[in-house]
Design a protein around this ligand. Structure first.
Ligand code: TXA
Ligand code: MG
Length: 366
């Protein structure tokens, strides 16, 4: 490692680990890792990230312009990117993920000016939300511009747009010079990836490149807010909820509270985000303490000693930490070939709403 790196180990229950390096735009880039091992693996592969990132981003930008697929980190989960203006490139996203064509994609931009050829009009409400929350984990569904191919929006006349809050993602999108269509970089229906190695495991052989930016800090997918309805409707809960949105645009409602026929998004299927090992939601996980074939996901420190493997998502009931570790922990347990895993729901408030939404979907039988 060269001299201009500082490694900070964050205080907390987990070894949370930030490698800071000066990014080419001058801003400091923090890389987060779930474990020391993950951080060491990264450092062993990338001896000098500061000088490695700029040429990598140039190269991967070229791949995107050529219509190839590049996975990249965002603050929420890793995305599988393709040029949103290139129909064939977008089609290859669906093929690689084995995703049905009826599930529309989010178009990612690095600058508001890029929206000129993505959305029809930017009305006042949309601009307000962009000013408050972008870059950040809020996706907005608005009327689409004719130049966005139908495959991106599954034939619909609306398009989902987002500016991710991750300097590597922003640099890559800028470098490509295109708006980038990107779903989560996992096989359709499976848990979203929050590290580069998650992407590698499921899609490595099918895509041109993966930009490794460590672990995702938010850890669950963006809030999807439809602005084509009145009041605006949350189609998918995320870190940004009604509490944050209300001061900016007033009332918003959850899709479940409205008539399904009008607003249901085709992609918001009931079973999703699922590990291979069956996940059960239970009131009291300690009932499973004597069964070594049951994996346990915990949100707070427990005195119970479990015979099966345990993954702490948070030891201090910190919902933000729980979100950032949820998919990672599910995947850890999923590699152990257990009979099942169990977990309880969090308090239904703040990001807990989004975590519970993902847990419920992940626990539904296919
Ligand atoms: O955090 C995220 O949003 C991540 C990162 C990579 O940005 N992306 C992501 O994409 O989660 P994906 O494709 O896995 O989920 C996008 C969701 C889908 O449920 C889809 O149905 C919905 O957004 N969606 C996309 N376009 C839509 C539209 N025009 N109308 C309603 N829902 C839409
Ligand atoms: Mg997804």
């Amino acid at each position: 490692m060269c001299d201009n790196h500082t490694i900070l180990i964050e205080e907390g229950v987990y070894v949370r680990f930030w490698v800071q390096l000066p990014h080419r735009s001058g801003e400091r880039l923090s890389l987060l890792f779930h474990t020391l091992d993950d951080a060491f693996v990264f450092i062993a592969k990338h001896r000098d990230p500061t000088s490695e990132y700029p040429p990598l981003i140039r190269e991967y930008g070229t791949y995107l312009r050529r219509g190839e697929l590049v996975a990249f980190p965002t603050e929420t989960v890793y995305g599988l990117g393709a040029d949103a203006t290139n129909e064939e490139a977008v089609r290859s996203i669906f093929t690689a993920k084995e995703r049905p064509l009826f599930d529309p994609l989010i178009v990612h931009v690095a600058e508001v000016a890029q929206l000129a050829e993505v959305v029809e009009v930017l009305n006042e409400r949309t601009v307000k939300l962009i000013e408050h929350f972008w870059p950040g984990p809020l996706t907005l569904v608005v009327k689409k511009h004719p130049s966005i191919p139908a495959i991106v929006t599954s034939g619909g006349d609306t398009v989902a747009i987002r500016m991710p809050d991750n300097p590597l993602a922003l640099s890559l999108i800028k470098e490509s010079g295109r708006p980038i269509a990107a779903p989560s970089a996992n096989r359709f229906g499976y848990t979203s990836p929050t590290t580069a190695s998650h992407v590698e495991e499921q899609l490595g052989s099918k895509i041109a490149a993966i930009l490794d930016g460590g672990a995702c800090s938010v850890g669950i997918e963006s809030t999807v807010l439809s602005l084509v309805s009145d009041p605006p409707t949350i189609l998918r809960p995320g870190k940004i909820g009604p509490q944050e949105l209300f001061p900016v645009i007033g009332e918003v409602v959850y899709a479940s509270a409205v008539k399904k026929t009008v607003l249901e998004s085709p992609g918001l299927l009931k079973n999703h985000y699922a590990p291979t090992t069956p996940l059960y939601l239970v009131d009291d996980v300690s009932l499973y303490k004597d069964d070594p074939s049951v994996g346990v996901l915990l949100f707070e420190r427990s005195r119970v000693s479990f015979k099966g493997p345990v993954q702490y998502i948070s030891e201090r009931e910190d919902p933000g930490e729980a979100a950032s570790r949820l998919y990672w922990a599910m995947r850890q347990l999923d590699t152990l070939h257990l009979r099942m895993m169990v977990c309880s729901l969090l308090k239904e408030e703040g990001i807990g709403v989004a975590i519970n939404n993902r847990l419920r979907k992940a626990s539904r039988k296919r």
